[in-house]
Design a protein around this ligand. Structure first.
Ligand SMILES: CN1c2c(nc(N)[nH]c2=O)NC[C@@H]1CNc1ccc(C(=O)N[C@@H](CCC(=O)N[C@@H](CCC(=O)N[C@@H](CCC(=O)O)C(=O)O)C(=O)O)C(=O)O)cc1
Ligand SMILES: N[C@@H](CCS)C(=O)O
Ligand SMILES: [Zn+2]
Length: 801
């Protein structure tokens, strides 16, 4: 076995199958100060034009390449990935392959690209955007390709080739990252006009010539390596078991890489290929990738394992050992990681080994350095020092792979002090105050089965009907109302110390009063306070719970220009004091109608935070469940009759391999029940699910034992409703009747049609009327008429019952 070394030579000429010693599979692309977000939003608001947007994106790409080289990745040999995107990497592939659906015909360039991402309306014509769904088990959302028997594929490589040439002009041989052909089709859905049972993977043969052409163009532009992301290989959830089996996927990989790796000559017709499989264990796919003629394979050794025995075929390849976690932010124990890297050659039989991240770094923020957790108290100073030592964001992770790469090529002595500092940080974290809190552990240890049970559902239905007296088809919203510029500005001014806490809270109360009045005017039945005071539905709670830290600039792209600052769950969790009660109570004081208390559930808080890796997830889930249980009970005591606990991420955390799913569903459902089982029968518990396909977890939704479940359904035209009924779901259900992701205002007729569809498969006594999700990303210009149409449609259908 030979260790990988970096190559030299001019970028345009370089094409060697020797992979550099260290790389990362991708890097955050929103910019260290969210430069891309700002450029996109200015462009969409017509404040800037295409050249300004292209300029901003090019500047960011140049900055990224320079930063990665400065942090120690080689400038040549394809060590630096080119993984930028204007919106989404799957959309980039759809655009390059010419695979966008016919409703976008007639558009070109960025007009086409953004129309597919965001839809168009008004003078631009009515076009629904591509559907958005979760990328593997992350909080990143990709745009789902729609593939049918008639989809044509035609290459436009410009958005991949341009950055390669741009990098070459800077003397840098960058490695473009493209979603691989098999994963692209696995991530696709059948186009609406496809016959029943049509499987996008059946189009592989037609897609491969276009990928081959793309590889040729990348090579011609000077790329010595290309990275093809075939993470679909690790994920059972992408398989529609009725039509595609793991064996079909393996056969597809074999065919794809025969066409792309074997039939095209490396260094002549194509760049060397790095086949990437992230987010899980390769399992039975090890021999499949080993048998291809790709030059390198990147595997996730954080989530996945080494094979049981060396795999024939790997002796001609580099295995890029993904030992640095791209999915979480804890500093690595580099000594242990170096041991793992050292084991890879013997375990896999690889011809060469290199070091990498387990996934793209798009899931972590840019840089720990600018953060401060010091609030001026002794505890703040201690946390500040601790977290700085414990954390690695993207830039620190690049440093980790570079150090491990040096250990591999030059021996550990060359980086002895880096390894020692990492070990000390890991030990310091294990022993720090707050990581383990005995009182919290005692409470979870004392839990009894009865703590997870609410009592008979039928009894609750009667008690709630009497208490709430709601009409048939009650109307409600999911919680948030538009987060206006004024609200965000007030919060930013408060954070900067330019607005007093009193003035800020008064501004939020004024907003709540406006939102309550609006809902009364619209005639909604169950009101919300609008969540104006929340920066984010997870971060808000993380700021109020012990055991979490939050960042000031740790932004991570969630979709398009939308970002979140995932909180850092570093210690045992408890609730020092009530969190939402005064806001809910204030809203309830303004109206006779019921106002829903609004909380985020344990699974979603965990899914959208960086979770600790030193205790089982189930323990943390119960800690958060207990903190929320206290809040739910306090809301009830404050006179709130309806409490909603959102779990939009229930499906997101579902393990990618079926074998692991039952245990997950057990603790995740349990933590929700723990959070909600402390209230009386006449208090109505709602939950809300969105951003995923829920077919696979229908049983778990029932297991939550919520009285009412609102669920995203508009874009799939209520598909989930019969699924729920078929599974024997007999609780209240609010399938979303309009898509909140688009500024389009649904007509009364459209909403009525969807409700009529729902009424066909749900007992009208169980049916609720609500949008798909919260309204925080929308403006009032579309929110007010959309809700007016929703109420009108509900009244119309109610009258027919
Ligand atoms: C519901 N979803 C959520 C997910 N994950 C979360 N953590 N939260 C979610 O709500 N995942 C699934 C879905 C879809 N995903 C998203 C993700 C992000 C957004 C979104 O709207 N993001 C906002 C930022 C929200 C926020 O943190 N707001 C803060 C800070 C606002 C800000 O940028 N302030 C400016 C200053 C403003 C001024 O002076 O005018 C600044 O700091 O520079 C706040 O409100 O205080 C985004 O803009 O990206 C939606 C769905
Ligand atoms: N209550 C939240 C749920 C979003 S998934 C909201 O309305 O924004
Ligand atoms: Zn939602």
């Amino acid at each position: 076995m030979s260790q990988s070394t970096t190559t030299t030579g001019s970028p345009a000429e370089a094409n060697t199958a020797t992979f550099p010693a260290a790389t990362v599979l991708g890097y955050p692309r929103i910019g260290p100060n969210r430069e891309l977000k700002r450029a996109l939003e200015s462009f969409w608001a017509a404040r800037t034009d295409v050249p300004a947007l292209e300029d901003a994106a090019a500047t960011l790409r140049t900055r990224t390449r320079a930063r990665l080289a400065e942090l120690g990745l080689a400038r040549t040999g394809g060590a630096v990935p080119e993984a930028s995107s204007f919106y989404d990497q799957v959309l980039d592939a759809s655009y390059a392959l010419g695979a966008l659906p016919a409703r976008f015909d007639g558009l070109a360039g960025l007009d086409l690209y953004f129309a597919a991402a965001r839809g168009t309306s008004g003078d631009a014509g009515e076009r629904a955007p591509l559907e958005m769904t979760k990328w593997f088990d992350t909080n990143y959302h990709y745009l789902v390709p729609e593939i049918g028997p008639g989809t044509t594929f035609r290459l436009d490589a410009s958005r991949f080739v341009g950055p390669v040439r741009e990098a070459a002009a800077e003397g840098l041989d960058t490695r473009p990252v493209v979603v691989g052909p098999v994963t692209y089709l696995l991530l696709s859905k059948a186009a609406d006009d496809a016959p029943a049972g049509f499987e996008p993977l059946s189009r592989l043969g037609d897609l491969l010539p276009v990928y081959a052409e793309l590889l040729r163009e990348l090579r011609a532009a000077g790329a010595s390596w290309v990275q093809l992301d075939e993470s679909g290989l690790v994920a059972d959830h992408l398989l529609d078991t009725a039509t595609v089996s793991p064996a079909d996927v393996h056969a597809a990989v074999k065919a794809a890489y025969r066409a792309l790796a074997t039939d095209l000559a490396a260094g002549v017709d194509r760049p060397a290929i790095l086949l990437q499989a992230s987010y899980g264990d390769l399992g039975t796919a090890w021999p499949v990738v080993a048998a291809t003629d790709v030059e390198a394979v990147a595997v996730d050794l954080v989530r996945g394992a080494l094979p049981a025995a060396p795999v024939p075929g790997l002796e001609t390849k580099t295995v890029v050992a993904g030992v640095v976690d791209g999915h979480n932010i804890w500093r690595a124990d580099l000594g242990a990681k170096a041991d793992l890297v050292d084991a890879v050659a013997a375990a896999t039989g690889a011809g060469a080994v290199a070091v990498g991240t387990s996934t793209s770094l798009q899931h972590v923020p840019h840089d720990v350095e600018p953060e401060s957790w010091d609030d001026g108290t002794a505890a703040g100073a201690e946390l500040d020092a601790n977290l700085h030592a414990w954390l690695a964001f993207a830039d620190q992770k690049v440093g980790e792979v570079v150090a491990l790469g040096t250990a591999l090529t030059d021996g550990r002595d060359a980086v002895a002090d880096v390894l020692a500092a990492a070990s000390a940080a890991v030990a310091g974290r294990r022993d720090a105050a707050g990581v383990r809190v005995d009182a919290v552990r005692a409470r979870t240890a004392a839990l009894q089965p009865g703590d997870f049970e609410r009592g008979a559902h039928a009894e609750r239905v009667t008690a709630q009907r009497e208490r709430l007296g709601l009409p048939a088809l009650p109307t409600t919203t999911i919680g948030s109302f538009p987060q206006t510029v004024e609200i965000r500005r007030a919060r930013a001014a408060h954070a900067r110390g330019e607005l007093t806490t009193d003035a800020y809270e008064q501004a939020m109360r004024d907003e709540i009063a406006r939102v309550v009045t609006l809902q009364e005017e619209l005639g909604l039945d169950v009101l919300v306070h609008g969540e104006a005071e929340r920066n984010d539905m997870v971060q808000y709670f993380a700021e109020l719970l012990d055991g979490f830290a939050v960042t000031t600039n740790g932004w991570v792209q969630s979709y398009g220009s939308r970002c979140t600052r995932p909180s850092i769950l570093w210690g045992d969790v408890s609730r020092p004091e009530p969190m939402t009660v005064r806001w809910a109570q204030y809203a309830q004081s303004l109206t006779e109608k019921p106002v829903k208390g609004m909380l985020t559930g344990p699974v979603t808080i965990m899914a959208w935070s960086f979770v600790r890796d030193d205790v089982p997830l189930a323990e943390t889930a119960n800690q958060i469940g207990l903190a929320l249980r206290d809040e739910v009970v306090d809301l009830e005591a404050a006179g709130i009759a309806v409490v909603q606990v959102d779990e939009p991420a229930l499906r997101e955390l579902l393990p990618l391999r079926q074998a692991d799913q039952a245990a997950y569903l057990d603790w995740s459902v349990g933590s929700f029940r723990l959070a909600t089982a402390g209230v009386r029968p006449d208090t109505q518990v709602h939950t809300h699910l969105c951003y995923s396909e829920f077919g696979e977890v229908i049983g778990a939704i029932d297991g939550l034992d919520a009285d009412v479940t609102s669920i995203e359904a508009a874009r799939s035209r209520m598909e989930v409703v019969p699924e729920l009924q078929d599974a024997g779901f007999s609780r209240g259900v609010g399938p979303g009747v309009y898509d909140i992701h688009s500024p389009r205002v649904p007509s009364v007729a459209e909403v009525t049609e969807l409700l009529e569809l729902a009424v066909k498969s749900v007992d009208p006594n169980l049916l609720w009327v609500n949008p798909d999700c919260g309204l925080k990303t929308r403006g009032y210009a579309e929110t007010t008429p959309s809700l007016a149409h929703l109420v009108e449609a509900a009244h119309a259908v109610r009258a027919t019952l």
